[in-house]
Design a protein around this ligand. Structure first.
Ligand code: UT7
Length: 312
């Protein structure tokens, strides 16, 4: 018996913000954004849609795909840096909306790597047989903390939510290894300032990410006696196509074996990985038994990866 993903879901806001739209807001251009980041457009949540609303919709999709009812959920973990309010947590808000009356609930803050922290926390509760079904959500409405006058950050981000249901899977399937890490000394490179706005030193985060993503991928596959050549599918945090391609090239992974949502979604912070995973599942890109690696990094600095054998 292991812990694995039983179902995935995601919520994509309907409002599209293109690079051309951004040209009217800040001193930028489509050419710069596409060549430096890979992003063509991103989605922004409507004013009356907050992080908990997006989380709720993503969660509904994951529960349905898993064939699990809200009452069966024992624990809800929501990774977010943009909760509706500091408390109650988004996890408590969706516990109520879903009617998941038997679930404990809390939020997790590890920025863009938050979903990885949530997933690995869920794995521990399942493997120790403490809980049977856990809902893990990654959701962010980054648009509400962006400085819309700072072209170095506001062009990069989008809103969204992704969710998974974690539970028992058969021997050899599910999460086989993981890595979590943090380097608080790098906190100064990506943080929320006193005006509640996101501030980033892009070059420093870029250098960290290009090094960390392939290294964490190699670490988790080597922990199970395999190598990077055995990876069938990679779901990386979607921060910049150049970071993702650099990782892919170092790992020797072809383009069709990497989830890529950044072109249409931008960087969705905590939601990037579960959204990209959910899309890949819906598009039939991940097959039963595929060695799938999820890998993320973010403010903190934080990082996390899992190697999993896909399927139940
Ligand atoms: O999920 C959170 C983690 N975040 C990340 O992983 C982001 C990591 N960093 C990056 O993806 C990249 O560093 C950025 C996309 C943020 C920036 O790309 P870069 O190639 O590192 O550009 P740069 O910061 O070195 O800036 C190059 C030039 C500068 O102009 P000068 O000084 O050369 O004249 C910037 O002012 O590009 C300028 N620039 C822009 N120009 C047009 C910066 N932002 C823009 C913009 N439009 N939006």
């Amino acid at each position: 018996m292991g812990a694995g993903i039983l179902g995935t879901g995601h919520y994509l806001p309907t409002r599209v913000l293109t690079n051309q739209d951004l040209e009217k807001i800040v001193d930028t251009n489509d050419e710069w954004i596409r060549t430096r980041t890979g992003i063509e457009e991103r989605r922004l949540a409507e004013d009356d849609i907050d992080t908990s609303d997006m989380s709720y919709h993503a969660a509904l999709g994951a529960l349905e795909e898993a064939g699990v009812s809200a009452e069966e959920i024992d624990l809800i973990l929501v990774a977010t840096v943009t909760p509706d309010t500091p408390f109650p947590s988004v996890a408590c808000m969706i516990q109520d909306k879903l009617g998941a009356t038997n679930a404990a609930a809390m939020d997790i803050g590890a920025a863009c790597a938050g979903f990885m922290y949530g997933l690995i926390t869920a794995k521990q509760f399942i493997e120790t047989k403490t809980y049977k079904k856990i809902l893990v959500v990654g959701a962010d409405k980054l648009s509400k903390i962006l400085n819309w006058e700072d072209r170095t950050t506001c062009v990069l981000m989008g809103d969204g939510a992704g969710a998974v249901v974690v539970g028992e899977v058969s021997e050899g399937k599910g999460i086989l290894s993981f890595e979590l890490g943090a380097n608080g000394a790098g906190g100064k490179y990506l943080y929320q300032n006193e005006l509640d706005q996101l501030v980033m030193n892009g070059r420093e985060v870029f250098k960290f990410a290009v090094r960390q993503m392939p290294q964490s991928t190699i670490n988790v596959v080597e922990k199970i006696g395999l190598s990077k050549d055995d990876v069938d599918y990679l779901v990386p945090h979607q921060a910049n196509i150049r970071i993702m391609d650099a990782a892919r090239e170092r790992l020797g992974i072809s383009e069709d074996k990497m989830a890529t949502t950044i072109r249409k979604f931008g960087n969705n912070s905590s939601a990037s990985i579960p959204m990209a995973l959910s899309e890949s599942v819906k598009d039939g890109k991940i097959k039963d038994n595929d060695l799938t690696v999820l890998v993320g990094f973010g403010g903190g600095l934080t990082w996390g990866a899992v190697a999993m054998r896909w399927g139940k």
